[in-house]
Design a protein around this ligand. Sequence first.
Ligand code: HEC
Ligand code: HEC
Ligand code: HEC
Ligand code: HEC
Length: 201
Amino acid sequence: MYRISLAILFLFALASSLLAAGPHDIDCKDCHSVHHAKSDWIIGVKPVTNPTLPENYAGKIGAMDAACLGCHNGSGATEVNMKMSHPVGVKPRKAKVPEMLLIDGVVACGSCHNPHPSNAAYKYLQIDTKGGKAMGQFCAACHPAQSDPTMTEAAKKLLHDASITAPLVKVAVKAAAPAAAAPAAPKPGAPAAPKPAPTAP
Ligand code: HEC
Ligand code: HEC
Ligand code: HEC
Ligand code: HEC
């Protein structure tokens, strides 16, 4: 009996370790907040809008970047040091970025990564790089001028299920401001929001 339950326990542990494939198998609610969103895509993570950037950085930290950096700042998840990273928040100049990978017209963390647990690719990249062994193919998606043409073609084929969409609702991300700048409370006596029209029974 003891041995059977141990075997069952082992099988269960094995199955769940196979299912729990990636480190973003944190719960949905660790990134999304249904009623207390702080950013687009109802992201509930406190955004980091003012990371340290290189001098003369041409980019601008967008809502998604700020959300990722909210965890990836070394306090809980691997730090992404923007001073030493591929640019985000930049409009492509020489790079040929497929439309579907642009977020608000720029390259963001999510242009290269789809962070969802459903994405089984290495490091949540938008293209499967065979565990990082075919990284050139990934770079080729946006940098055809530097890439072997066969890789550029392969990248195009692999991109079909990249899943970036515009947020349905834009949630204001306040620029990094001192905590004192509290949002203005609605004035007493201000007109109430119009009631939705009653629907016919
Ligand atoms: C690591 C953070 C993270 C986790 C965990 C996460 N999400 Fe997301 N989610 C995002 C980001 C960033 C976006 C916006 C970019 C995108 O669409 O990929 C998003 C977008 C979405 C969208 C909109 C997609 C669209 O096409 O418009 C849905 C729906 C969603 N998430 C549901 C979920 C569910 C359900 C879970 C749990 C299984 C989950 N998310 C877990 C970060 C996360
Ligand atoms: C709620 C916190 C949280 C948010 C928000 C978050 N991550 Fe993560 N992420 C984690 C944790 C925890 C890990 C696993 C430990 C580690 O690598 O630091 C992780 C790991 C990763 C990894 C490494 C995966 C691997 O296989 O090693 C990547 C890539 C990544 N995150 C990208 C992103 C991107 C891009 C975003 C924004 C769209 C994002 N994360 C937002 C918590 C978060
Ligand atoms: C989603 C599209 C995209 C992907 C994928 C991508 N890049 Fe870029 N890359 C850009 C954009 C946009 C720029 C900004 C400059 C430009 O438009 O030419 C850039 C800039 C660069 C630069 C110049 C950095 C600087 O500071 O001037 C290098 C080097 C680079 N990328 C290398 C890579 C490598 C290596 C990979 C693969 C690991 C890669 N890129 C993947 C879009 C991308
Ligand atoms: C141009 C594409 C590109 C952009 C933009 C990008 N990443 Fe990545 N990221 C990568 C690649 C490629 C790797 C895997 C590197 C490797 O393991 O060789 C990676 C790895 C990571 C990792 C895992 C680090 C580790 O040590 O394993 C994290 C976390 C991460 N990215 C987060 C982010 C965040 C947050 C942003 C936005 C601020 C971002 N990335 C923007 C391409 C990109």
